[in-house]
Design a protein around this ligand. Structure first.
Ligand code: NAP
Length: 433
């Protein structure tokens, strides 16, 4: 009997889970990949930086997964609004939550609600044309911008702010963001880390890229770097990343108009300003057993924009247990959440790792299904979902519909750019008709 699986979320985690299920059951499985947006690919489309097009090439693989017999995209359907998880469990033999972690972790400091303070999910979504964030007002009129966090998302945000329009025109950055950035007054970008260079979670390529920007110079304060001999204890990849940071230290200021200043050992304590963000107050820290401890010494970073790149939380779904302290669904390492209900990707393990980290995740969820004896049944599967959605007047967008949207985006591309993102869902739906 054919097994039916509903995967919620058409991002990397969802597609790798579908790929694993196809490998396991071949033509003996029906898979519906359900997404609230009419567009697939999740973080590849709306998270990966627009100037990292080579990473986005992985969508070819997801496309092949989606085009395999028995697998469908069911876009424009929001689980929790259009259909419940309970209903999906009634229709499918297994349900997988691959919904990522789309919400910003709050900073939780005084003044974090001032205009000008935003989270990276919103800022990244804005420059990537995500429908939720396309209308975000990003004020780029101040010369200073503070980016909180020492991970790759912080680097992505700094790089996008620092690049020239010419560097960005060949990317798929959203048109509204390119227009705003082309008039940007931002010149002093500060990447604020509460710990030091050895504790930063940047990767080598991302740190290295900051040394090759047309109009920006990356600057590390020599005094923030530990003695070079201590690098020997680092894992080789991390050591190489730190080598890039060292190359940004003790170098004379060049003629480039923009600076990316690494502010290590600085803990954000408040955002201040008259009616909007005008400065980020940070406290100098020192490390105690690897943890950042405040020294009481305060310092103000002038800025009109504060972007918190400090991690994400999974969105809650009615009827699904949620581990509030973890900001994701609870469950075991294999992705089991409840009977026949699984989670993969960031929704299972939190916001960490590369796109490829989601692949073993998908395979482990399918292995768990096999171990749990998930099998075909007389549940209605995809036909049952179609009937339910039709009864509610919900118009799903299938893969052919997405391809129409994609064709319209490619046709509208600026010269040299791969596509011009459409962010308006009503417009997308119009195109699919
Ligand atoms: P991340 O690597 O976990 O970095 C989060 C940063 O936020 C850490 O430096 C953390 O500091 C800091 N932080 C957390 N809470 C804070 C607070 N209250 N105050 C100050 N700082 C705080 O996460 P990410 O940058 O969001 O990236 C998520 C994942 O996506 C990562 O695995 C990343 O490598 C990946 N990613 C990859 C790429 C790429 O490959 N090009 C691009 C983007 C993202 P502590 O370390 O002190 O906790």
């Amino acid at each position: 009997m054919t097994i039916s699986i509903a995967i919620i979320g058409a991002g990397p985690a969802g597609y790798y889970t579908a790929e694993a299920a196809q490998k396991q059951w071949g033509e003996g499985v029906r898979i519906d990949i359900i997404d609230r947006l009419p567009t697939p690919y999740g973080l590849i489309r709306a998270g990966v930086a627009p100037d990292h097009q080579s990473i986005k090439a992985v969508t070819k693989r997801y496309e092949a997964t989606n085009l395999a017999p028995g697998t469908r995209l069911v876009g424009n359907v929001m689980v929790g609004r259009d259909v419940s998880v309970e209903e999906l469990l009634g229709l499918y033999d297994a349900v997988v939550l691959s919904v990522g972690a789309p919400h910003d972790k709050p900073i939780g400091i005084p003044g974090d609600d001032l205009p000008g303070v935003i989270g990276s999910a919103a800022f990244v979504g804005w420059y990537n044309g995500h429908p939720d964030h396309a209308g975000l007002q990003v004020d780029l009129s101040h010369h200073g911008a503070a980016i909180i966090g020492n991970g790759n998302v912080a680097i992505d945000c700094a790089r996008v702010l620092a690049k020239t329009v010419e560097e960005l025109t060949t990317t798929d950055i959203a048109g509204h963001a390119l227009d705003a950035l082309s008039a940007s007054a931002v010149r002093d970008i500060h990447i604020v880390g509460r710990r030091g260079p050895h504790q930063a979670s940047f990767t080598t390529k991302e740190a290295g890229e900051l040394g090759h920007l047309v109009r920006a110079q990356a600057i590390v304060k020599p005094g923030d770097l530990p003695p070079e001999a201590e690098d020997a204890a680092l894992e080789p990849g991390h050591r190489k990343m730190v080598t890039h940071l060292r190359s940004f230290a003790g170098v004379a200021r060049n003629e480039k108009p923009v600076t990316i200043n690494f502010e290590f050992f600085r803990r954000p304590v408040a955002v201040e300003g008259e009616g909007r963000a005008q400065r980020l107050i940070v406290e100098t820290t020192r490390l105690e057993d690897g943890r950042a401890v405040g020294t009481g010494e305060l310092h103000a970073i002038p800025c009109g924009l504060v972007i918190a790149c400090i991690g994400y939380r999974t969105a809650e779904i009615p009827g699904v247990p949620y581990a509030d302290a973890l900001g994701r669904f609870p469950g075991d390492d294999a992705g089991r959440v409840a009977d026949r209900l699984y989670a993969s990707g960031w929704a299972r393990r939190g916001p960490s790792g590369t796109i490829g980290t989601n692949r073993p995740d998908g395979f482990s969820v399918v292995a768990a299904m096999v171990e749990d004896g998930v099998a075909g049944s007389d549940r209605a599967g995809p036909a049952g979902l179609d009937a339910l959605l039709a009864s509610r007047g919900v118009a799903a967008v299938d893969f052919a519909g997405w391809r129409k949207i994609e064709a319209a985006e490619v046709a509208a591309a600026r010269q040299g750019a791969p596509r011009e993102k459409i962010s308006d869902i009503a417009k997308m739906l119009q195109i699919t008709l």
